[in-house]
Design a protein around this ligand. Structure first.
Ligand code: NAD
Length: 241
């Protein structure tokens, strides 16, 4: 509980907050993560199927695997949980909040967070690689292989695939540079470059850092406060102080 109290005090003392979130914040909404569930990654080859290489080589097969891996049909059914809502409530209290998320499920926006940078893009849209027209999820789900109505090109996803650069990199660094507190939620911090953001912030600007994750991460040593707990339980404990 001491660590919860320390984080609550850090939040109270901070005006500009940056949250860095990943798959672990959405598991309590029913969306499995990849690594801790022993599910999807246990099936091998996932990184191959959601790679730019595979899309370029075989876009028809890509869509089949992509829809299965991300359970695309289910996306509309998921609702934000207490973790997403906690972040939104801080905004309602007058804090300046930026959410940097590696998730592609849109749940921070559904919770009402206004300033969300989707570093890995989004499942909610796809676009035509030729004419750039954007299509919504409903359209993408209509046919097994979604094609552009105008020029019949197979659509490209708006999700960042393995082999693509992450989005909003500079904006993310700008937000971190000027924040009072960076809080990581639900991330194993094991994939570059985003997993270096906390240590970069600490070394460059001596930013205050906190992490809430169910399991230990390889980057825990950089954090001022480390909470190993489920996010839903941790945020309830935070509001007790
Ligand atoms: P990851 O390696 O960061 O693993 C998730 C981490 O969250 C684990 O360390 C786990 O211990 C922790 N965690 C799980 N549930 C938690 C909870 N309730 N409270 C606290 N911590 C919890 O991420 P990943 O699963 O390998 O995903 C990799 C990438 O795949 C993501 O960055 C994203 O692009 C994509 N992905 C997105 C979603 C989504 O949008 N919801 C889901 C799965 C994967």
């Amino acid at each position: 509980m001491e660590t919860n109290r320390a984080l609550a005090e850090m939040i109270q003392a901070s005006q500009k907050l940056v949250f860095l979130t990943r798959a672990g914040i959405s598991t309590e909404s029913g969306i499995p993560d990849f690594r801790s569930s022993g599910g999807i990654y246990a099936n091998g080859n996932v990184e191959h199927y959601i790679s730019r290489y595979f899309y370029n080589k075989s876009p028809k097969d890509f869509w089949k695997h992509f829809k299965e891996i991300f359970q695309l049909k289910m996306l509309g059914n998921y609702e934000p949980n207490n973790g997403h809502l906690f972040i939104k409530e801080l905004e309602d209290m007058g804090k300046e909040v930026t959410v940097l998320t590696q998730n592609i499920d849109g749940l921070h926006q559904k919770a009402g967070s206004k300033h969300v940078l989707e570093l890995h893009g989004t499942l909610r849209t796809a676009h035509c690689p030729k004419c750039k027209r954007v299509y919504n999820l409903e359209y993408t789900l209509r046919n097994d292989v979604p094609r552009c109505e105008q020029d019949d090109f197979i659509l490209d996803t708006d999700v960042v695939l393995f082999g693509d650069a992450i989005k909003h990199f500079e904006e993310a660094i700008d937000a971190i540079e000027t924040c009072d507190l960076l809080i990581v939620m639900g991330s194993s911090l094991n994939v570059t470059p985003v997993n270096s953001f906390p240590e970069y912030a600490k070394q460059s600007w001596n930013t205050k850092l906190a992490i809430i994750n169910k399991e230990e991460t390889i980057k825990d040593c950089y954090f001022d406060v480390v909470i190993h707990d489920k996010i839903g339980d941790a945020v309830i404990n935070l509001s007790k102080w």
